[in-house]
Design a protein around this ligand. Structure first.
Ligand code: 6PG
Length: 256
């Protein structure tokens, strides 16, 4: 078994790109980041707010966080869990991001149920987005600033449920809105103003099918095409890319 990274001093660089050996290594780095940022937030503000991502990449990270090595380092009762997006389906639907996080992590750690703020995918999408936004605003003094927002990236450059050319990308006022995926399913999603207000945003990317898009957005000669992932630019926070070798190995010279 390879050694698990123990969170050390936090690297506070505004942009970090880490290429991990494989999916397992990526999950360990992501779990280590969660633990480190939780400790930092708890020290400063006595709570840690985190928005989880759906998709396949963060699953292993969530599982690892339930293992003793990581779980013992987190003060779970002080963690508040949100989601960066959700499919408009019931919480027990196999496509639900809430269900994935519940099964892999939340049912196994001591986060109080009142600290789990799921997006209500089963309700009318516009009202669910509005109540999700109200819930967020109620939790923060001033504009919501989440400690860690986790995102994945699609092969088309989407993040959360902000798809290329979606009107949701242009939202400037609302923090949570309704969008639609390419298959036509309604989704609830954080908007760019909320994402870019975070203290830290981590984009987890794995698999060789992501390599072409990563080259397009991070490779030498990358230009701003206005793709959703390129519009993730925390105004006063960190942007951390965690890539596996398959996704990131062909980046010649990563740059901002
Ligand atoms: C979701 C997210 C989506 C996801 C990316 C990457 O599926 O819930 O909306 O943005 O993070 O599509 O997904 P993978 O990790 O499965 O590649």
């Amino acid at each position: 078994m390879s050694p698990m990274p123990t969170p050390g001093p936090i690297n506070e660089a505004p942009l970090r790109i880490e290429i991990c050996k494989d999916g397992e290594d990526l999950a360990r780095h992501a779990a280590g980041l969660f633990v480190a940022l939780a400790g930092k937030a708890l020290g400063a503000r006595r709570q840690f707010t985190v928005a989880l991502a759906g998709g396949r990449t963060p699953r292993r990270m969530y599982e690892l966080l339930t293992e003793d090595h990581y779980a013992y380092q987190v003060v779970w009762p002080a963690v508040r869990i949100f989601w960066s997006d959700e499919r408009c389906v019931a919480p027990d639907d196999g496509r639900s991001n809430y269900r994935m996080a519940l099964e892999t992590m939340l049912s196994k750690v001591k986060v109080p149920p009142g600290n789990i703020h799921r997006m209500k995918g089963e309700e009318d999408p516009a009202s669910a987005a509005a109540s999700c936004e109200k819930d967020l605003r109620d939790r923060f003094d001033g504009p919501p600033r989440i400690d860690l927002i986790l995102l994945g990236m699609g092969t088309d450059g989407h993040v959360a449920s902000l798809f290329p050319a979606s009107p949701a990308l242009e939202e400037r006022e609302s923090l949570v809105t309704v969008s639609r995926d390419p298959e036509g399913l309604a989704r609830l999603t954080y908007t760019l103003p909320l994402i870019n207000a975070a203290r830290a945003v981590a984009i987890l990317v794995s698999g060789e099918e992501k390599a072409p898009m990563l080259r397009r957005v991070l490779g030498a000669g990358a230009r701003d095409e206005g793709l959703p992932v390129q519009r993730v630019r925390p105004a006063d926070g960190q942007l951390i890319w965690l890539l596996d070798q398959a996704a990131g190995s062909t980046l010649e010279s990563p740059h901002a």
